[in-house]
Design a protein around this ligand. Structure first.
Ligand SMILES: [Zn+2]
Length: 478
């Protein structure tokens, strides 16, 4: 099934997930959802998404979008809700809100936005669907039969994702369109998300006209980029009325020139350099620099270094990197690229001092931590890798990647129980309890570890088995 179809279907899948782990649907239809129930639905959808190839967990772009999201949420009236922003690798322009404050952003949206306020405008709209509880209301309006048949079709959608047969995908897409028409937010919801979103945008210090200007861009571009604008336009029909409405509102808000952050520009260059064919990316950045046609010179140089590096053209990438570092002497994204370049061009061993130095300035920057741990493991240094990872786990306990790195470090140290325990904790954070249970069983069977470690692992195994059984029981009730 094409990624785009899957993503268009995501909004549709929402009721399908109801079938696996929520209390009585009859009650739900009458009383609506509690925020905790919504969060659980959202989490089970997220398990599917994280396991999907289109999920784009790249730490720098994800951290950027999460910090942009946090800034918007802080400017919203309703900031009690937890939010999680994540990226989908898809050129289609789209963003979507799932139950429970999970907001997905397509890489295509970031690349299409020409100003940070435009990107922020689309996100502010999605944030507002969540804070105004539109999803909960939409779900509550479905009757029991409606939800059951939607659940069946949503199940088929998820299955068809696993196969690439065109017929099946076309069937699923056709069904998706039908369901979509039943599940779209109402026009009133859309209008409210626009209105509240504008306030959110303004309170967060962005140019409130970013929202309207992005929609105009979509509308203008749609004959050419019809297929890439399709996703967003299908869930958010752009009526003349909607744009006029937004322009009227922003007229009173006054003009505000808001400069884009450097990180916005760098992240766009990064996505272009890594997601597009490298030759094309090199040509794009070269032409921009030659004709001085760019939104940010630093970002154009960053993009050129990254795309040349991807092609293995280290000699020319190196010259460009020096020019970039003169333009931007201190920035974690540029520092990370510098160390990555060193590692790719001269080997992991040579890059170690670079990572050490950069981490002194940005000790909690994820991309640096992952890359440094990786370089330590690659050069046969599991002990410092373990210390790096475990220090970080004291602060962040829900990062599955830290546990995967920890498992590799223990494996290199031949500590089998600790290795499988770390692997199990990674699976727990990915939402895969059966795999976590299996890892603990393997670890305990290895006979490794002291008495204390073994009894702690046994206790954790019992706990996870109980949780897993509870979830299966809930699912069987449907
Ligand atoms: Zn909307």
């Amino acid at each position: 099934m094409p990624l785009r179809a899957f993503l268009a279907a995501l909004m549709v899948v929402v009721p399908g997930v109801l079938a696996q782990g929520l209390p009585d649907l009859g009650d739900v239809a009458h009383s609506g959802f509690t925020p905790l129930q919504e969060r659980r639905i959202g989490e089970s959808i997220m398990r599917e998404i994280r396991a999907d190839r289109s999920f784009y967990g790249e730490p720098e772009a994800t951290d950027y979008i999460a910090s942009l999201g946090r800034r918007l949420v802080a400017g919203s009236q309703e900031s009690r809700q937890d939010f999680e922003f994540f990226l989908i690798r898809d050129p289609a322009i789209n963003a979507f809100a799932l139950p429970g404050g999970f907001i997905g952003v397509n890489t295509g949206l970031i690349l299409t936005a020409q100003a940070e306020s435009e990107l922020a405008g689309v996100l502010a709209h999605e944030v507002s669907h969540v804070t105004q509880r539109h999803i909960a209301r939409m779900l509550a309006q479905q009757n029991q039969t409606g939800i059951a048949s939607l659940a069946a079709i949503a199940g088929a959608l998820l299955l068809s994702r696993a196969s690439s047969q065109a017929g099946e995908a076309a069937f699923a897409l056709g069904q998706a369109a039908v369901i979509q028409s039943q599940l779209n937010f109402t026009r009133d919801n859309e209008r409210e998300a626009d209105r509240v979103g504008l306030q959110v945008l303004q309170q967060a210090g962005f140019d409130p006209r970013g929202m309207a200007s992005f929609f105009e861009r979509l509308q203008r571009a749609s004959p050419i980029h019809e297929s890439s604008a399709f996703s967003y336009l299908r869930t958010h029909p752009l009526t003349f009325e909607r744009i006029a409405d937004m322009q009227n509102r922003t007229q009173d808000m006054g003009y505000r020139q808001v400069p884009d952050s450097l990180d916005f520009q760098l992240v766009r260059a990064k996505l272009k350099a890594w997601l597009e064919p490298p030759q094309e990316a090199v040509a794009f950045f070269e032409e921009g620099l030659r004709e001085r046609k760019f939104l940010s010179e630093a970002a154009a140089r960053y993009g050129l270094v990254a795309s040349r590096m991807r092609l293995g053209d280290y000699k020319r990438a190196r010259g460009e990197l020096e020019a970039l570092r003169k333009l931007v002497p201190a920035n974690p994204i540029v520092d990370t690229l510098t160390c990555e370049f060193g590692s790719n061009a001269y080997g992991a061993e040579k890059a170690l001092p670079c990572y050490r130095e950069a981490l002194k300035t940005y000790p909690s920057y994820r991309a640096l931590i992952y890359n440094y741990a990786e370089a330590l493991l690659q050069t046969g240094r599991p002990e410092p890798a373990l210390k790096l990872v475990e220090d970080r786990q004291q602060v962040i306990s829900d990062d599955y990647r830290l546990y995967l790195l920890q498992a590799r470090a223990y494996a290199a140290l031949n500590k089998r129980l600790a290795q499988h325990r770390a692997q199990a904790e990674a699976y727990v954070r990915l939402g895969n309890l059966p795999a976590a249970v299996e890892q603990l069983r393997i670890g305990l069977k290895s006979g490794d570890g002291d008495f204390y470690q073994a009894s702690s692992a046994e206790a954790r195994l019992r706990e996870l088995r109980r949780l897993d059984e509870e979830m299966r029981r809930d699912a069987a009730k449907r």
